[in-house]
Write a protein that binds this ligand. Sequence first.
Ligand code: ARG
Length: 593
Amino acid sequence: AKGGDRAGSVKQQLSRLFKASLSATVPDEPNIEPLVEVCTAKFGDYQCNNAMGLWSRIKGKSTEFKNPNSVGQAIARNLPPSDIIESTSVAGPGFVNIVLSDKWVAQSIQQMLLSGIGTWAPILSVPKAVVDFSSPNIAKEMHVGHLRSTIIGDTLARMLEFSNVEVLRRNHVGDWGTQFGMLIEHLFDKFPNWEEAGEQAIGDLQEFYKASKRRFDDDSTFMEKAQKAVVRLQGGEARYRDAWKKICEISRKEFDLVYQCLGVHLEEKGESFYNPYIPGVLEELSNKGLIEESDGARVIFIEGHQIPLIVVKRDGGYNYASTDLAALWYRLNIEKANWIIYVTDVGQSQHFDMFFSAARRAGWLPDSNGNLYPKASHVGFGLVLGSDGKRFRTRSSEVVRLVELLDEAKSRSKTELQKRLKENGKIAEWTDEELEKTAEAIGYGAVKYADLKNNRLTNYTFSFDQMLNDKGNTAVYLLYAHARICSIIRKSGRDVEELKKTGNIVLGEPDERILGLHLIKFAEVVEEACTNLLPNILCEYLYNLSEKFTGFYSRCPVVGSAEETSRLLLCEATAVVMRKCFYLLGITPVYKI
Ligand code: ARG
């Protein structure tokens, strides 16, 4: 059920209180949105910032208020009674500072431990989303750009799913380009028995692609044949369809290896899927007067852009944009998605800008870019750079084989882990399988976290040394921090399940309160990461959580102290929230080191 037993984030809960207060304060001004933020000053935990704006709307009209401060006073006074708020104070031009009740914070954490972290999921107003991500091209290389798209898209999907949004995870693979003409003809020429030989015939698909491209560029008879092949394929000729299917299948196997490593699930709906919808969609756009002739092509002119969006090429063929228009139409009308999210490199921003504008002109999307639905968002990301500051390449070859890259992360983390365990004299306690699984979690987790922790729009430098460092803001550091908390709990010898039911959390020391406050911000952080489509917000939260835990643990003794029960529960809550963060980032937690 939407909402369920979720109360929403602290911000949302406070907003409900302030909403009531605002309508009591200014009954003539209905529907004022409460502006509740985390407090920037030390006078409170949160603050409400409505007074100034409200004052400028009512001054002159109201006899009751003489300045913004008096509006703030009234907002504070009119708050309905609640367990959440300990006290309020009004500062300067009417900021209402809120101090949360320690007791309420403690109870919220305890309730979460009892009912599960699902009760801390934010409440989003969108029921259904498409996340279009990964989306490599058949027979071409799946490069680090696609890796970024896979990692970022998966995280966004996970965060939305956690927030009870129905998510359609779509792999929009490039399986319908003109490149298939040359691939198929090359296959027919070089491997007449391709049906039996199949996979072996094509062998290395990328080499095969290059070879057919060379012929296409050098040999005009071949080029002509290849162009005719596209028509025959698109006309549905059986031999051509079969060859096309074979090539797609081989590519798909390659892609799946990467998805398996990363634990990413996607549903393939490639470009070819939308092909039958293109004529109808273009007819609709044409009837709406959007499509014009230009230079032999059919195009849509977009305000603010020099060149138009080409939707039918001069040779009558469709392109990337025609497919995307049909796919958007399908997602809106057939799949009835409210939010359609595209994860690609920023290099494609112009394409998305233009075709979103076309969709707005067609009336498919609402005019403003704000928070109206249905909504389409392009999630752009920067380049992956090597340590030389240039586009990332591996030593061995021109292209980066993604599976090899992930393997290297894993084997490096295994070496490090073994070294560490030998130093600690713990290596004997580990089975081979445990070692393998842990190395995998750390290695793949490191690759993902290094990508996600930066604002996605910036370029990032791929460095094994950096991402596998066990100090600083890395997955290794965070995974170890989590394992350490688990071991504190284990070593206490207490039964946490029992403690959850019988014990109480008390936030006595400042460090305990700081940790508790950070824990209960989890929901609003996920909400913010979702609404802004920025996974780095969650990474930052996770890193800060482990810092706050360190502060707490270094100053508040746990095992053997008078506060042992309460503090063990705080340890457990930290571990639970960290694990959920890992899960949302697609990282597998480890429990021992
Ligand atoms: N195949 C494209 C590429 O490799 C990405 C497709 C993104 N999705 C979309 N609907 N355009 O660049």
